[in-house]
Design a protein around this ligand. Structure first.
Ligand code: A3P
Length: 350
């Protein structure tokens, strides 16, 4: 049950993960090198799983329980299911890549940490750190068997964490009891264009068709996308107090109302005094594309351990950009896949 923010005891988390990393003297949010093909994750022989390369990259994907996970994160999926014990007040942000993860991480961090860090403060963590440096990436922390995941224990509650794992890979406790999950999905054609543009930051010659085909064929990273989306959609329908299902396009249309929804869902609704003081507006402005994109920390440098430029995370941020890059035939093919896969589910992308 949500409590009024004015009467609830002051939460101590979330804190910027990068700061904890520095205090502990660890590099815990980084992604390890590719696993060797012989490696086992517990009793799972990774080299025996079907393999593909993500289009235009050297990223190896392995099909594990029906999902094309980056090879180096198969051990994460195994360890997550078997060893991660969420705290009841954990909040997990979940998404497919390029669906607005960075934005939602920033909004959730700014919302949950607003008492310690007022959104208009010049020293707000999101002014000096990339949103992904504030929020730990579960998939990276649990790779290599999860030894580095012990660092999660150092975080004060409530913890804010993010993952690209399908719902089926989360520990059972996150599904219906215990912690809360916030999922963000996006119109698939725009997701495809965003992913292609992102990959082009490293491979400028990459044609849109390769990324497009992999998404339609269901072997995109962490895909099939329809199973990823439907896993969270169904969990949200079954357990709306545990899984909040958001859409990127809704956030674009009305970011303030969605920040209020998010705050209510995680149990820290805005008080009247906060509303009057413009705290919601402050959070929306702090996390807007224009604001984040122009910060030095997001304009320069590479993402820790991932090797791509931070600025590639902040591009156009609109709905409908697919029309500038897809032929009508491509759009029709993807719409047909979507209509087919989501028929009868109550979810559509019209
Ligand atoms: P586009 O490539 O369509 O512009 P992710 O964070 O999951 O990788 O998603 C990236 C997409 O979110 C990119 O979409 C990016 O521009 C957009 N994005 C990043 N920050 C945003 C923000 N603050 N507001 C709106 N969109 C944002």
């Amino acid at each position: 049950m949500a409590t009024d923010a004015a009467s609830a005891p002051a939460p101590t988390g979330p804190v910027p993960f990068k700061d904890v990393e520095n205090i502990l003297g660890l590099q815990i949010n980084t992604v390890p090198a590719e696993s060797s093909p012989e490696e086992y994750a517990d009793d799972v022989l990774i080299s025996a799983l079907p393999i593909k390369l993500a289009p235009g990259t050297q990223l190896k994907l392995r099909c594990y329980h029906g999902f094309w996970l980056p090879e180096r994160f198969v051990p994460s999926a195994v360890a997550l299911q078997r060893r991660f014990v969420p705290r009841p007040d954990d909040v997990i942000i979940a998404s497919l890549p390029k669906c607005g993860t960075t934005w939602l991480n920033a909004l959730a961090f700014a919302t949950m940490a607003r008492r310690s860090y007022p959104p208009t403060g010049a020293d707000h963590p999101l002014v000096r750190l990339n949103p992904h440096e504030c929020v730990p990436f579960l998939d990276a922390l649990f790779s290599g068997g999860g030894a580095r995941a012990a660092s999660l224990d150092a975080l004060p509650s409530p913890r804010l964490i993010y993952t690209h794992m399908p719902h089926a890979m989360l520990p059972r406790a996150s599904a219906g009891v215990g912690c809360r999950v916030v999922y963000i999905c996006r119109e698939p054609k725009d997701t495809a264009v965003s992913l292609w543009q992102f990959r082009r930051s490293a491979h400028p010659e990459l044609p849109v068709s390769d990324t497009f085909d992999s998404i339609c064929d269901g072997d995109n990273t962490y895909g099939p996308f329809w199973d990823h989306v439907l896993g969270y959609w169904r969990a949200s329908a079954a357990c709306p107090e545990s899984v909040l299902f958001l859409r990127y396009e809704e956030l674009l249309r009305d970011p303030a109302e969605n920040v209020r929804r998010l705050a209510r869902f995680v149990g820290v609704p805005f008080s009247e005094a906060e509303e009057e003081a413009g705290v919601v507006r402050g959070i929306v402005d702090l996390c807007s594309l224009g604001s984040l994109r122009n910060l030095e920390v997001n304009r320069t440098g590479l993402m820790d351990g991932l090797g791509f430029p931070r600025k590639a995370l902040f591009r156009k941020g609109v709905a409908g950009d697919w029309a500038n890059h897809m032929t009508p035939e491509m759009a029709r093919r993807m719409d047909d896949v979507v209509a087919d896969k989501f028929r009868g589910t109550g979810l559509n992308f019209q």
